[in-house]
Design a protein around this ligand. Structure first.
Ligand SMILES: *Cc1c(COP(=O)(O)O)cnc(C)c1O
Length: 382
């Protein structure tokens, strides 16, 4: 047998720590029991810590997109105006969901790789005074660009509109304070920064947002936040929860608590800094205007096919990274440093990237990116 190890450095799903993986194999218990309620209670506390909020955080069985749908269904009525910040594939997803629910979607756009600016949101709000909500990402995973959510929140808070943030890849890796930053709805999925397999989503809503949840007229049943609120007040879930994933979440939240959010943010910042240094060492150009701690995106060197590089790295070398989505296909390479990641994940990924580029005939000085990254990685994070 030919041995080839696999390394996962895609921006979701991300690697799962062994303690978390094995918790998924625990024998099932019934969910309407004091034993399971005790787990829900601890998970609910842990989620508030993860989200850095005083408000309850609800968990649902769905991938991240389910939480995006829950946000629209619970905060909007058909015909109402929603402003969407579109800077990539996930901004575009907000628009698609809004249209599916019959909302009047007003799009404010930036070129892929650029950051939505607070000024842009301010002007769009001025032109659309009836807008009921602004929808954006914390990190636009398709481009690797992180938005200035704090500054955008300030702008939105001066109006009656709600501020909804898709934190699906950002949460855990990028600082985010929903209560302080005027975020009315923040959501994420399990398979990115939270170090779980896919299948759970998490969502929180501010007091200002809850008023709207009570009146919103979009159809909703499974994702009706009112049902989750009623249940969570009793340490319960409205429908059969994903019991095994909740066991795993319970373990992951313990890890998060022991590392602390500040510790997670600085580890991610350190890995991101090292990865950017590595790309510079290879003379590769960063793609994102505001690169974040989640992933590092670079332009594919001219004359090379990015999809081929991704394929060589994955199929020949065992290192899974991500290419570009949509019109970015072939032109962008994305290495994630998200979730359960340490320094040697970065040196492995950069080393594989060097090999793949060299195999494609690109002039590479072997070790150049790894050496540059090691200048940052030999020390511990700040
Ligand atoms: C991954 C991701 C999504 C989609 O989440 P799924 O779990 O695949 O449904 C949405 N938004 C952002 C920013 C993401 O990174």
């Amino acid at each position: 047998m030919k041995i080839k190890k696999d390394y996962l450095l895609a921006p979701g799903p991300t690697p799962v720590p062994p303690q978390v993986a094995s918790a998924g194999a625990w024998p099932l218990i019934h969910h309407r029991t004091p034993q399971f309620r005790a787990i829900i209670k601890e998970v609910a506390d842990g989620l508030k810590y993860l989200f850095q909020t005083k408000e309850p955080v609800y968990f649902m069985s769905a991938s991240g997109t389910g939480m995006m749908e829950a946000a629209v269904a619970n905060l909007m009525s058909p015909g109402e105006t929603m402003i969407v910040a579109e800077g990539g594939k996930f901004g575009e997803r907000w628009s698609e969901i809004g249209k599916a629910f019959g909302c009047n979607v007003v799009i404010t756009k930036v070129e892929y790789g650029k950051a939505i600016t607070p000024k842009q949101i301010e002007e769009t709000l001025q032109k659309n005074p009836k807008a009921r909500a602004v929808f954006t990402q914390l990190s636009e995973t398709s481009t690797g660009c992180v938005y200035d959510v704090e500054a955008i929140g300030k702008v939105v808070s001066k109006t009656d509109a709600l501020f909804v943030v898709d934190g699906i890849s950002g949460l855990g890796a990028e600082p985010c304070y929903p209560d302080k930053w005027n975020i009315d709805c923040l959501l994420t999925g399990s398979q990115k920064g939270v170090m779980l397999p896919p299948g759970l989503g998490f969502i929180t809503v501010s007091t200002k947002g809850w008023k709207k949840v009570e009146e919103a007229k979009c159809p909703r049943f499974y994702f009706d936040l009112r049902a989750y609120k009623k249940s969570l007040e009793q340490d319960d879930a409205p429908w059969t929860p994903a019991i095994s994933l909740l066991f795993q979440l319970h373990e992951a939240l313990k890890l998060i608590k022991s590392e602390t959010m500040e510790g997670m943010w600085s580890r991610h910042a350190w890995l991101a800094e090292a990865t950017r240094a590595g790309m510079k060492g290879l003379n590769l150009e960063l793609f994102a205007e505001r690169p974040g701690n989640i992933l590092t995106s670079v332009k594919t060197p001219s004359g090379l096919d990015g999809e081929k590089i991704v394929q060589i790295m994955r199929d020949d070398l065992g290192v899974s990274i991500a290419g570009g989505q949509g019109s970015m296909k072939g032109n962008v390479l994305r290495i994630a440093h998200l979730g359960y990641m340490d320094r040697f994940d970065i040196t492995t990924a950069l080393s594989a990237l060097e090999f793949a580029l060299k195999r494609q005939g690109h002039a590479v000085k072997l070790g150049s990116s790894v050496a540059a990254a090691e200048e940052i990685l030999w020390k511990d994070p700040k």
